[in-house]
Design a protein around this ligand. Structure first.
Ligand SMILES: Nc1nc2c(c(=O)[nH]1)N[C@H]1C(S)=C(S)[C@@H](COP(=O)(O)OP(=O)(O)OC[C@H]3O[C@@H](n4cnc5c(=O)[nH]c(N)nc54)[C@H](O)[C@@H]3O)O[C@H]1N2
Ligand SMILES: Nc1nc2c(c(=O)[nH]1)N[C@H]1C(S)=C(S)[C@@H](COP(=O)(O)OP(=O)(O)OC[C@H]3O[C@@H](n4cnc5c(=O)[nH]c(N)nc54)[C@H](O)[C@@H]3O)O[C@H]1N2
Ligand code: SF4
Ligand SMILES: [Mo]
Length: 685
């Protein structure tokens, strides 16, 4: 039997067809528009059955009185009662705000977020927090503040594609297929990446910049465009504000001066700016290379401004402004008393820029647990995340997790984070549940993630766990739904789309027709109604209204206060197509071709340190040390080392976040630099 659903094993949320035999998942196939031979194979999806039926899956709820005891299996009733009791006790003794809920981004990019927020808000705590400060939400805010919403690049129909800090070949196959299709039709390609990715090898222009210097590069490109009058004059005059202050700031970034500082050739920077500005339509496909930097917000603003200056916004083959599916905001934030502040209160703009994204200044949660700032959080639920591995500065995170008086973890597997828990609740995976996928509320077409097989063992869908906990916390009135279909229908009511209709249309239902150049009739969703090169909102809040007005992009490299010895710039990567962050490293078919974490060196840097291909190396920062295997690679630039990401679950000695520092943060989005940092490297004994 074939079943249609959405894969959630990474955030690409691909529509898939699952083959089920006698109630068992046999295989799964990604639905793709790429023609024969052009289709990318996703190794994780190929291993779907192995992942679903992994013997390591959590089978029952587990409980223990304190961390010195071992876990004992428990019934769902007993485990949920215990969680409800502990959360209620914390609320009674220390106030509802002492209870936090931390959601991973990687798994379960779904409505369960909204359910968790709803639960916490009804319970009285504002502290339901996601990890968007290190993922795209920080970038999303920059788009929002520039032209009202995060764009969807129309790569497939573009004549010039700029791939800026994104590696879709490994991280989002449908997006990569669109780029390749456009290339076949002759589109120009510019890649901006400190690493020579396979796509970079094919690019017309490859800007192999110094890690973390995207802000200065974008400003230098803006300057080149303006000086040559290559901006779209009609668009800039009619639909933007703040041209003058932007031009003044950009003038401080001449390519001749900036390029050598960021490892680039000035002529190549100028050539890239001119190619992008003169080829229409053009789009910028940007990614996580811009995230996790100390100036993520303003660097992304500068990239957004390139789109606005060249008039590529909301044009076919350019950068489309999404048309969200009309849906109910079910988060109940209005329930919180007006004077209740979340622990993320130091980042008010980031915490409020979007009606449904909620809170994402993740590091503030650790501050609240360890430093009791702005007030203590003592009890926590972690859902679909593995912060012990994925959060900045693992040492500090581990200390915070161990300091909690109560921790419940909802996951499919017994993770390092779960090892700190008092209660572990077994969640089922994406093929075992029906849910509304947030990614599909973003723009026009809703595709249902629909249960293909029954939950394994005693595992339960996240929605079920949240609803059951709500009942035990006395919040049944806010969770009246007896199944997820009712809850989805309630949330989608404004669109007229229902689960029943979605099941009849596995290809998805469009909530409207795509419309381009909407700004001509509706303006942009910014305070001025224009694309804001200068943002009055930022200026009034004491932030820079244009990016880098004094000609300096804040030092992007974390932990630079070292002793000036022979340091390399560490680059967090590579996101292998086989794994999702800390997940799947235990799956035999996936790890057999990629058994361990690697550090990629330029030959010169390796030779100088006496490091040969295959040697074990130590990488160290003031935060900590990791040990992994060296590979000599022509993909990395001299002076940098690329360190494999996500290995901390299976190989704790190679946990990249042992190196990262949470002391410096982006002033707007609280983003620490998990991405680029100075480190010392030596051959291990
Ligand atoms: N240094 C460095 N740090 C980074 C990054 C980096 O590249 N470098 N990447 C950052 C980014 S972009 C992100 S998004 C974060 C990711 O951070 P996390 O979200 O913590 O990442 P994962 O390791 O994917 O953890 C997801 C967990 O959810 C579980 N899970 C899977 N499916 C389900 C489900 O349906 N329900 C439930 N309840 N659990 C489920 C998995 O078993 C896994 O333990 O890490 C960030 N941190
Ligand atoms: N297989 C797989 N797929 C995934 C995930 C996964 O873990 N595994 N995670 C999912 C998630 S949550 C996310 S957020 C996305 C992220 O997916 P992407 O946005 O593609 O992110 P990355 O692959 O981490 O990095 C993209 C590129 O940025 C480059 N880069 C590194 N530093 C810099 C820099 O300073 N500047 C610039 N310009 N580029 C830089 C890297 O070398 C890399 O080529 O992937 C999603 N898909
Ligand atoms: S890229 Fe692979 S793992 Fe990620 S959603 Fe698509 S099919 Fe699933
Ligand atoms: Mo992410």
């Amino acid at each position: 039997m074939k079943k249609h659903t959405v894969c959630r094993m990474c955030s690409s949320c691909c529509p898939v067809e699952v083959t089920v035999k006698d109630g068992r998942l046999v295989s799964a196939r990604r639905k793709t528009g790429a023609g024969p031979g052009a289709e990318l194979i996703c190794p994780k999806l190929a291993a779907a059955a192995e992942i679903v039926y992994s013997p390591e899956r959590l089978k029952t709820p587990l409980v223990r009185k304190d961390r010195s005891a071992s876990f004992a299996p428990a019934s769902w009733d007993a485990a949920l009662n215990l969680v409800a009791e502990e959360l209620s006790r914390a609320k009674k003794e220390q106030g509802a705000g002492s209870v936090g809920w931390l959601r991973g981004m990687a798994a379960d990019w779904g409505a369960p977020w909204d359910y968790a927020s709803r639960l916490m808000h009804a319970f009285g705590s504002p502290n339901c927090i996601g990890n968007g400060s290190v993922c795209h939400v920080a970038r999303e805010m920059a788009h929002n503040y520039t032209y009202g919403a995060m764009i969807v690049p129309q790569a497939g129909a573009s004549r010039c594609i700029v791939v800026w800090g994104k590696n879709d070949r490994n991280t989002c196959p449908p997006a990569h297929e669109a780029i390749i299709a456009a290339r076949r039709k002759g589109a120009a390609l510019i890649v901006v990446d400190p690493v020579k990715t396979p796509l970079a090898r094919e690019a017309d222009i490859f800007l192999q910049l110094k890690p973390g210097s995207d802000g200065p590069l974008a400003m230098a490109m803006i300057r080149e465009i303006l000086r040559n009058g290559l901006h779209d004059q009609e668009f800039v005059q009619g639909f933007t504000v703040g041209f003058e202050p932007l031009a003044r700031a950009a003038d401080k970034f001449p390519a001749e001066k900036i390029a050598p500082e960021i490892w680039l050739d000035p002529e190549e920077v100028k050539r890239a700016a001119r190619l992008y500005a003169t080829t229409k339509p053009a789009c910028i496909v940007e990614g996580n290379g811009l995230d996790m930097q100390l100036n993520t917000f303003q660097a992304t603003r500068a990239v957004c401004i390139l789109r606005a200056l060249t008039g590529n916004l909301d044009r076919p083959g350019g950068d489309f402004l999404p048309q969200p599916v009309p849906a109910q905001n079910i988060r109940l934030s209005e329930r919180l008393p007006g004077d209740v502040q979340p622990v993320t209160a130091a980042y008010p703009l980031f915490s409020s820029f979007h009606p449904t994204w909620g809170l994402h200044a993740q590091s503030c949660l650790v501050d609240a647990i360890l430093d009791r700032k702005p007030y203590p959080v003592t009890s926590l639920v972690v859902q679909s995340g593995n912060p012990a591995v994925t959060m900045t500065d693992s040492g500090r995170t581990a200390e915070a997790l161990s300091r909690l008086s109560f921790l419940a973890v909802i996951d499919m597997f017994p993770t390092r984070t779960a090892s700190f828990a008092h209660v572990v609740l077994p969640a089922c995976g994406c093929f075992e549940k029906t849910q509304l996928n947030r990614a599909y509320l973003r723009n026009l077409r809703v595709v249902l993630q629909d249960k293909a097989i029954e939950p394994l063992h005693e595992s339960r869908p996240d929605w079920w766990i949240v609803f059951a906990l709500a009942r035990r916390l006395g919040l049944s009135d806010d969770f009246p739904w007896t199944d997820v279909e009712q809850a989805i229908d309630f949330q989608l009511a404004p669109s007229g789309i229902t689960v029943e209709k979605l099941r009849q249309h596995p290809e998805g239902i469009a909530a409207g027709e795509p419309a381009f150049e909407k700004f001509r009739t509706r303006g942009f969703s910014t305070p001025s109604g224009k694309a804001e090169l200068f943002s009055g909102r930022l200026h009034e809040a004491g932030k820079d209204g244009v990016p880098f007005p004094d000609g300096k992009a804040a030092d992007a490299l974390a932990i630079s206060r070292d002793d000036g010895q022979d340091l390399l710039v560490g680059v967090s990567g590579e996101r292998s197509a086989r794994f999702t962050h800390s997940q799947f490293h235990h799956i035999q078919s996936l790890r057999q071709n990629e058994p361990e974490a690697l550090a990629d060196f330029h030959l010169d840097d390796a030779s100088r340190r006496g490091i040969g291909d295959g040697d074990r190396v130590k990488v160290e920062t003031p935060r900590g040390r990791i040990c992994l295997r060296a590979r000599i690679s022509d993909e990395v630039h001299r002076g940098s080392v690329r360190i494999g990401w996500g290995w901390g679950e299976s190989h704790p000695e190679a946990n990249l976040n042992n190196l990262t520092d949470d002391g410096m943060r982006d002033p707007v989005t609280c983003t620490p630099s998990n991405r680029s940092f100075l480190c010392r490297v030596e051959k291990a004994e």
